[in-house]
Design a protein around this ligand. Structure first.
Ligand SMILES: O=C(O)CCC(=O)C(=O)O
Ligand SMILES: [Fe+2]
Length: 300
C-alpha cells in the first residue's frame, strides 16, 4: 500500500454525537463555519443564482448538483469538516447523493409539507431500520433565531416511524422542533426523519446548503452521471465520491483502483487486520464502518 497516496478519513462522530444522532435523528454542531466561510458560500450561491436561466432576485430558488456549478461547492464533496460523518456510516462505498442550495425569501408558498427524504412508496427504513441509507449535512448561512423564518422543522426521534398523521400537510404538531440556529451551524440529519419547512415571515432570505450522502448502490438524486471534463478537475476522493460510472454494477462493486477511499483514521490501515486470508483482494474485502464500531461500544 502506498500510504502517501491516500488520505486518513477525516474526523466524524464522537460516541456522544452518535448516540444523539440515533436517538433524535439529527445533531446540531454550532460554529463550524467562520464568517469568511459563510461569505464565501453565500457569494457562490449568488454567482450560481445569477447564471442563466436568470433568477429573479427575491424569489424562491432551489438548485441541485451545485458541486458541478461552482468551485466553491466542488470542494464540499470531500470537505474534511463533514465528510467524515458520512464516511463513518457509508464507509468505502460512500457516494454523494445530492448537493443543493436553497434561497427561501419572505412570503410566497416556498415551504414544504411533512415528509421523510428518500423513497416514499417503500421507505428505506423498511430495509434498514437501524442505519440510515441517506444522511443530509446542512450548512446554515443566516442567523435563524426565531420561528417563521423559513426554518427547517423536524420531529426528533421520528426517523424510525413509517407513518405520520400529518404527512403531506404543513400543520404544526406536538413534538416538532423548529430549527433555530446561529449562522455557521452544521446539522447532520438522518434522512428518514420527518420534516417540513416553516413559512418565512421575516425580512431576510434564508440561505443554506445541503450535502446528502448514501451508499454507492443507492441512486443519486440530482444527476445520472457527471460531466467527464468536470470530473477531471476533481481530486481522487472527490471523483470517487461522485460515483459517475458507465457500468451500472460498479455502483455495487467499484473498480479496484477506487480502494481504499480513505485510510482508517486511527490505525492508518486500508483494511481490517486479520479479517481475511492474505489472498483476498482489497476491493473484495468488507471493512467495518465506524458506525458498526460505535454500536458495538454502546452494546457492551
Ligand atoms: O429547506 C429545507 O429546510 C428542507 C428542504 C427539504 O426538506 C428537502 O429538500 O427535501
Ligand atoms: Fe426533505
Amino acid at each position: 500500500m502506498d500510504e502517501k497516496k491516500y488520505r486518513l478519513a477525516p474526523k466524524g462522530f464522537t460516541l456522544k454525537q452518535w448516540k444523539t444522532f440515533n436517538e433524535d435523528g439529527i445533531i446540531f454542531i454550532e460554529n463550524t463555519l467562520s464568517d469568511g466561510d459563510i461569505q464565501m458560500y453565500r457569494a457562490a450561491i449568488d454567482r450560481v443564482s445569477q447564471a442563466p436561466p436568470k433568477y429573479e432576485p427575491g424569489k424562491y430558488l432551489g438548485v441541485d448538483n451545485i458541486v458541478e456549478k461552482d468551485l466553491g461547492f466542488s470542494a464540499l464533496i470531500d470537505h474534511p469538516r463533514h465528510v467524515g460523518f458520512a464516511y463513518d456510516i457509508f464507509g468505502e462505498l460512500l457516494k454523494l447523493h445530492q448537493s443543493q442550495f436553497f434561497l427561501r425569501p419572505p412570503g410566497g408558498r416556498n415551504y414544504n409539507i411533512w415528509h421523510p427524504d428518500g423513497a416514499r412508496a417503500l421507505p428505506y427504513n423498511v430495509f434498514s431500520p437501524e442505519l440510515p441509507l441517506q444522511i443530509k449535512i446542512g450548512y446554515w448561512l443566516n442567523d435563524l433565531p426565531d420561528e417563521k423564518m423559513g426554518n427547517l422543522v423536524v420531529v426528533p426521534g421520528s426517523h424510525r416511524k413509517q407513518y405520520m398523521d400529518s404527512y403531506d400537510t404543513h400543520e404544526s404538531i406536538l413534538g416538532e422542533k423548529v430549527v433555530c440556529v446561529p449562522k455557521g451551524t452544521m446539522t447532520v440529519m438522518h434522512s428518514s426523519i420527518w420534516h417540513r419547512v416553516e413559512p418565512n415571515e421575516s425580512d431576510i432570505i434564508r440561505y443554506n446548503i445541503f450535502m446528502a450522502y448514501c451508499p454507492a448502490w443507492v441512486t443519486p438524486a440530482d444527476r445520472l452521471q457527471s460531466d467527464p471534463e468536470w470530473l477531471k478537475t476533481l481530486n481522487r476522493e472527490q471523483r470517487i465520491i461522485m460515483r459517475s460510472y458507465s457500468h451500472a454494477y460498479h455502483n455495487a462493486k467499484p473498480p479496484a483502483s477506487e480502494f481504499p477511499l480513505f485510510l482508517d483514521r486511527e490505525t492508518a490501515s486500508d483494511c481490517d487486520e486479520n479479517a481475511y486470508r492474505k489472498h483476498v483482494k482489497l476491493h473484495r474485502r468488507k471493512r467495518r464502518t465506524m458506525a458498526e464500531k460505535l454500536n458495538e461500544q454502546i452494546a457492551v
